[in-house]
Structure formats: C-alpha cells, structure tokens
Design a protein around this ligand. Sequence first.
Ligand code: MN
Ligand code: MN
Length: 460
Amino acid sequence: MDDLRTQLFYTQKNGYDLIGPEEHVAADNYCRGYIEFLNDSRTEREAVVNAIRLAEAAGFVPFVPGMALAPGMKVYSSNRGKALMLAVIGQRSLSDGTVIAGAHIDSPRLDLKQIPLYETDELCYLRTHYYGGIKKYQWVTIPLELHGVVALKSGELVDVRLGREPGDPRFVITDLLPHLAQDQMKKTMAEGITGEGLNIIIGSVPYADEGKDRVKLAVLSVLNDMYGIKEEDFLSAELTAVPAFDACEIGLDRSMIGGYGHDDRVCAYAELKAILDVENPERTCICILADKEEIGSEGVSGMQSQAFDTFMADLCAAQGVDVRRCFEKSFCLSADVTAAYDPLYADVYEMTNGSKFNYGMGICKFTGARGKSGTSDASAEVVAYLRRIFDKAGVIWQLSEMGKVDKGGGGTIAKFMANRNIDTIDAGVPVMSMHAPFELVAKLDCYMTYKGVLAAYSDK
Ligand code: MN
Ligand code: MN
C-alpha cells in the first residue's frame, strides 16, 4: 500500500532534506553576494547602478539600436537610470521567442514631499508622502537614511546618500510615549499613525542670528554646504527615506536573511545573477529590473511603459523579426516575492496551498484578489512546462497562493507581460513581514529562485 501512496500522492519535502552539503555551501555563498547587493541598493536608481557595474564586469555592453547582434552577445539598456533591461543573444532567432525574467527594484518607502522642510517649536522636520503599501506604525522609531537625487534648474543632478556610511547622521520619526498614549492606543492600527504624521526630524540647533525659523535656516545652511542646494531645489528632487538597517543573517543556524527591500530586490538579484551566469543560451535571455511596481507599474519606468516594447522591437529589428512574432513565442517568469506562511498569523493562510520557508522557489499560477480579479492566471500548460524544466535542473520549488480566499491579495508585473501576448507566470521568494522596514526570507529559497531562473534561461 505504501508503494501506491508513494506513486500517487503529491508530497512536499523540506528543502534541507533534499540538498547535500555542497548545495548548502553554494546557497550560503550566493546569499553573501545578495546581502552585499541589497545593502548597497537602497533605491531603484542605486540598484540600476550596481546592476550595470556587475553586468559590465561580466562583459555586457550598452545596447545601441541598429548594432549587429551575434549569438552570445551581452547587452543592456538603462531606462532613465531607474529601470534596466539586459539581454544575452541566443543561438536561435528571436522569431523563436525569448526567455524573460522580470523583477522590480522599487520598494515601499517614505518619499519627501516637494516642499518638505518646516520648523515648529524650534525643531526642524521633513514632510513625507509614503510610496507603496505600508503599515504606517512600522515606520516610526526606526533609524532612517536619505537617498535620491536633486535635479537642479541648470540640469545638473546632485546625488544624495546620507546615513548609509558608518559615522553618517541618521534620521527618525518619533512616536508617543506609552505614558501619554491612552487615547492613541484606542485607535485602530490603521489610524494610530497617520500619513500626515510621518514627519522626519532633521535638526534642532538654531542658526546664530535673531531672525525667524532659525533651526530650518541652520539645516538649509548645512544642506547648502554639503550639496550646494537651497530650499527651492526640493521642488525638483526625488528624495526618499529608507530604513537604515543593514541586511543580516537571522537565526542561530543563520538560515534566514533580514533586511529592507527584499520585495523585490531578492528576485531582482536572482535573475541578474542568472543572466550573468547563463552560458550560450539557445533562446535569447532577457532580464528586466522594473521600477514603479509598488504603485501599479505605471509611468515611463514601470512595466506598462513602452520602453520594454521599444527595447524588444530594436533587438528584433537587428534580426529582421517582427516583435509581435517574438512575443507570442516568448516565456516570462514574473519574478516577484510571495507571502510565506507565518505561524504567528496562521489564520490568514491556507497551509496546503501556501508557500513555506525552505520549500524553495514559490510559483504562483495566479495572484489577484476576490475571485482572481486582477491576475493574468497562467495556463496549465505553462505550469507543466515549469514542472518539467525545474525538476530536470534540480530546482526545489513549491506552488503557492498568497493566503486564504477573500483574505486579501495583491498583484505583480505578470499581467502587464501577459497582456503583451507573452506566456507569463509568477515565481519568486517567499517573504515574511512583506513591505515592513525589515523583511525576512530564507536563504534556501533565495538560492533556489536563482537556480530556477537559470534553469529557464538555460532550457534547450
Ligand atoms: Mn513585489
Ligand atoms: Mn510589494
């Protein structure tokens, strides 16, 4: 009878019961590289800079429309420094389609308002407008760094990166002491901390004169010394506050990684590393690092932008191929994180269909909410294809759904890829505390996501 069970039942195993010591070491080494990348990539702009640096070291060159593309060539194209597309030209024609992996490099954060600076009661603050889906109470009383650019009227771009280096000052949003929080504690978690309340303290020493707003003047004077900017320059700035935590190993067994921005730099790094490592692919491999996913993939640097279609059409033109023919034969892994089952909040998960730490890359046939609304829902044939290539390549993976039916939901770039007539499925790393300032992933799942993308890129 046991044989019949073995034959007929679908059973899943913890990844650590399936890998040997060699793969354990490989996963650890891979994650060291990821932690370094994550610590140095606090915004989409910084992720693009770091990805280009790694790509150029691996032989990638900037793509110029019209250039001849021989098999094996490695090219990249930056979209305004906020999104990146990379390609390794395959042996076969682009008319046979491409293998695409698409992740996003923007993460939830606190953007500064366009007129952010104000003084009250001899303290100086920065007003913010949050970006992406956050639980606001999580963003107070944690150290923050400031990153981004100030675009001067002259056209010059000033880079800001403050709080990252040891010895840099950092910033914080205060919260009410429990002793006086009787009224606040009666509010709901959604109302206890408000969007307009997320103001960052930036200074307290008054400028040595007799005028008004002396602390604000002192702060502006420091900013002017450091960056040559004045208050009006904030109008054309993209400055953002992100958590000032370094990513680090979590657990006595060091099996997990805590850090800011796993969603979705953990998948972005996986596909970046995979496209750097793929050798002589049969079909052309494409790696997308997209912006603006957290606010609906809108805008010129989001996945709904024509920038991707233009890049692909330019590649196809080099081989005299109609990009529509290329799209209809292409396959896309929408590499985004999924919700890992969290025993502390077991209520919202349906265990059998949830994804678990250490069970490998999480494949989501569909995302969306309320009866699969807003998802592209990959076909059974696409899932069968993944079963085939992952099992052949020894990728540990699990099929997953975010949570219980009608408990909520979410979306990814998948539907925007599928709308282009590209077979697309979601696949990525399960995360706990998603969208929190400090998210948690399991190393084995990170490594298996890299292996999964590499398996797709390498498929003959
Ligand atoms: Mn995501
Ligand atoms: Mn997200």
